[in-house]
Ligand binder design. Structure first.
Ligand code: PSU
Ligand code: MN
Length: 311
């Protein structure tokens, strides 16, 4: 067995789709274990897989299961990841070696989902929001590993932007420095997760899945390392009031500082507090934007396969 295969397990369905140039969409598991409460997390994760299938693509939920990066989790594994919640360790790039060596489980973030997707040959990944530069990072140096991963791993990530628990302007500056294209799906404005509005512009407006696939293929063809970010705004009917959500984000940030929460616990703490402070309203918005992103992810994956079939 070669070294990678010892730590990577790709489901037979995903393997045959990749071999036959059929569209596959990767999905992360931190959003399941740490991003939403049980049982909504499991319901959402299963519905997300259905939506991808309805759009003619194959879903590949990714997690670390008993020391293997698993690409294409089963329903039982998704249920397990959702039920165990915070007891599943959050697995970012720096956690991966020890979790794999010890045969442990891990909830993959955007970073490690990209790593496993790339290892398996999956090029499109859809989620809710990415990590980024935290507010106050000029003193805390809290910058998500997701940004460095986008700079080096060739996967296109569909998200609804980054939420304003982060410094959106600094996150975009960081991505610019690292040469990561930030594309807006039918928008010129960088969306801010719960809202379509951030006041910041994306690099390019994309008109449809073919446009996105063509840019991604050009990047791959030229050996320009790294991924791309496709920012897809939450559908208007589910978007939250900007002042309302920002006030709640500010309250959650204040509590986080007062409690002295640090490191990788910050993001799950803030997500949970915002959900509670908004009485679950932000959870509904979060679920809807994920549904919207995976549908776009499936369309882009199809366009990519179609373009590759022509070559
Ligand atoms: N943002 C969300 N929901 C999430 C996350 C971010 O709206 O679930 C998760 C993703 O897995 C992301 C991770 O990769 O948090 C970033 O964590 P950190 O900031 O610790 O890098
Ligand atoms: Mn961090």
């Amino acid at each position: 067995m070669n070294d990678l295969n010892r730590y990577l397990s790709v489901s037979p369905e995903v393997q045959s789709a990749l071999k036959e140039n059929r569209p596959v969409v990767a999905l992360e598991s931190t959003i399941i274990s740490h991003g939403m409460p049980y049982p909504r997390n499991v319901e959402t994760a299963l519905r997300v897989e259905e939506i991808i299938r309805e759009h003619g693509a194959v879903p590949a939920t990714i997690a670390v299961i008993q020391g293997r990066m698993t690409v294409g989790c089963t329903k039982e594994q998704i249920e397990y990841l959702g039920k165990r919640g915070l007891d599943v360790p959050k697995a970012s790039r720096r956690d991966l070696p020890v979790l794999l060596a010890r045969g442990m489980d891990g909830a993959t973030t955007v970073t490690t989902t990209m790593i496993a997707a790339a290892a398996a040959g999956v090029k499109i990944f859809a989620t809710g929001g990415i990590g980024g530069v935290h507010r106050g990072a000029e003193t805390t140096m809290d910058i998500s590993a997701d940004l460095e991963e986008l700079a080096q791993t060739p996967v296109l990530v569909v998200c609804a932007g980054c939420k304003s628990i982060l410094d959106i302007g600094l996150t975009l500056e960081y991505l610019e420095t690292k040469g990561v294209p930030v594309l807006g799906y039918r928008t010129e404005e960088m969306p801010a997760f719960y809202t379509t509005h951030s006041g910041f512009r994306v690099d390019y407006r994309m008109e449809g899945p073919e446009d996105v696939a063509a840019a991604f293929l050009a990047k791959l063809a030229c050996g320009l390392k790294g991924g791309m970010l496709l920012a897809n705004p939450i559908p208007a009917q589910y978007a939250m009031d900007l002042d309302y959500i920002n006030a709640n984000i500010d309250a959650a940030l204040k509590e986080c500082a007062e409690k002295g929460i640090r490191g990788k616990a910050i993001t799950p703490f803030l997500l949970d507090r915002i959900q509670k402070l908004t009485g679950g309203k932000s959870l509904e918005a979060n679920i809807q934007l994920v549904y919207n992103n995976v549908a776009v992810g499936a369309e882009v994956a199809k366009a990519l396969c179609a373009a590759q079939a022509k070559d």
